[in-house]
Design a protein around this ligand. Structure first.
Ligand SMILES: Cc1cc2nc3c(=O)[nH]c(=O)nc-3n(C[C@H](O)[C@H](O)[C@H](O)COP(=O)(O)O)c2cc1C
Length: 361
């Protein structure tokens, strides 16, 4: 039904407006008395085979919502009600900022892809922290980035300001150095810059949350050269990082069915969805070969089906995330993927999805 609605109506409307309205409607629905409870009962992952342990917590299922959908932590309850196993909010920056001028989000339906140059539009770390403080149960990560107007030389202080505000309320923190829409941000992936940045963020999070250590992860781009992926993996081991999120969107435009001129006319931005699938999987495999089970890997990029999620888990991911697959799959998508994943676990004669992590390794 959602697919029909999508093809007849939604794909003709501007992408960002549709997103904003649908998300607001979902939140309004879930705020009605009793609705969250009913939806939770219908959609939340319940199969014991799907339970997975990460970051010192037990999650009901391995599929989470990737960063960028709920930048300001406004709809966490609604997103759990749809059946996500965990939610990553953000990217949050230390200061509120409007992001890039619109239009800045585009659909490529024939490629099951999106292009976005949102540019970290968000209400800032103080507002996000206030909302996170009042959230209910469920594992929520906070993804942090650099405020655009802050000079690259002051990036560390900007990241630590966000970490300080969000660490007390987040189940894990992700340092995002991989979005293509903030000038200079991706240069922070070079290990000589990334090492000091992660060390400073960890120290700030530790001071802000002295009684509970907040796991720290880094999110990387699919466009890194293989040698740079290895360098980040080695750094993660050296620093004792808790995890790596792989991957963000790509600046590449290869392998698209949508005509080149149409794609070029949309302009700059990060490409997500089916076209990043192969590279995101290759990056994951490379990371797993390097770090083994010592660093928790979260796989993201082009996950559209339970088979995609299953493949990532077998390649070494403990958790998986999606954004674009959810946009094209509709509100029923997370619970469907979880249900089908549970069937894969049983068909493989396993009692827990955790037994499949890295099985292809
Ligand atoms: C519209 C849009 C906004 C995004 N915003 C963020 C963001 O703020 N921070 C971030 O780390 N990733 C962001 N992402 C990247 C996603 O979290 C994800 O890494 C990427 O889209 C690949 O996954 P997918 O193919 O499932 O979409 C965004 C993606 C999209 C499509």
């Amino acid at each position: 039904m959602y697919r029909l609605l999508y093809w007849l109506v939604l794909r003709r409307l501007p992408a960002e407006g549709t997103h904003r309205v649908s998300f607001a409607l979902l939140r309004a629905l879930v705020a009605l008395p009793g609705v969250a409870r009913v939806m939770h009962r219908l959609f939340a992952p319940r199969a014991p085979e799907l339970r997975v342990h990460a970051f010192g917590r037990e999650l009901p299922g391995p599929l989470g919502l990737a960063a960028g959908f709920d930048k300001d932590a406004k709809g966490i309850r609604a997103l759990f009600a749809l059946g996500f196993g965990f939610v990553e909010i953000g990217t949050v920056t230390a200061e509120p900022q409007p992001g890039n001028p619109g239009p800045r989000l585009f659909r490529l339906p024939r490629d099951r892809a999106l292009i976005n140059r949102m540019g970290f539009n968000n209400e800032g770390a103080t507002a996000a922290a206030r909302r996170l403080a009042h959230r209910g149960r469920g594992t929520v990560g906070a993804n942090i980035g650099k405020t655009k107007r802050v000079a690259e030389a002051d990036a560390v202080a900007d990241f630590t300001a966000s970490a300080e505000r969000l660490a007390p309320f987040a189940d894990y923190l992700v340092v995002n150095v991989s979005s293509p829409n903030t000038p200079g941000l991706r240069d922070l992936q070079a290990v000589d810059k990334l090492g000091p940045l992660l060390t400073a963020v960890r120290a700030a999070a530790g001071l802000a949350s002295p009684m509970r250590r907040v796991p720290l992860l880094v999110k990387i781009a699919p466009d890194l050269a293989d040698a740079d992926i290895d360098a980040v993996a080695d750094l993660a081991l050296e620093l004792g990082l808790d995890g790596i999120v792989a991957t963000n969107t790509t600046i590449a435009r290869t392998g698209l069915v949508t005509p080149g001129a149409t794609v070029a006319a949309l302009g700059a931005g990060g490409l997500s969805g089916a076209p990043v699938k192969a590279r995101a999987l290759a990056v994951l495999r490379r990371l797993r070969a390097r770090v083994g089970a010592r660093v928790t890997l979260i796989a993201v990029g082009g996950i559209e089906t339970a088979d995609d999620a299953w493949e990532r888990i077998r390649a070494g991911a403990t958790l998986v995330q999606a954004y674009t697959g959810f946009i094209y799959g509709g509100p029923g998508w997370p619970s469907r993927v979880h249900r089908e994943l549970a069937a894969r676990v049983r068909a493989a004669n396993l009692t827990s999805i955790e037994q499949a992590i890295g099985a292809d390794g």
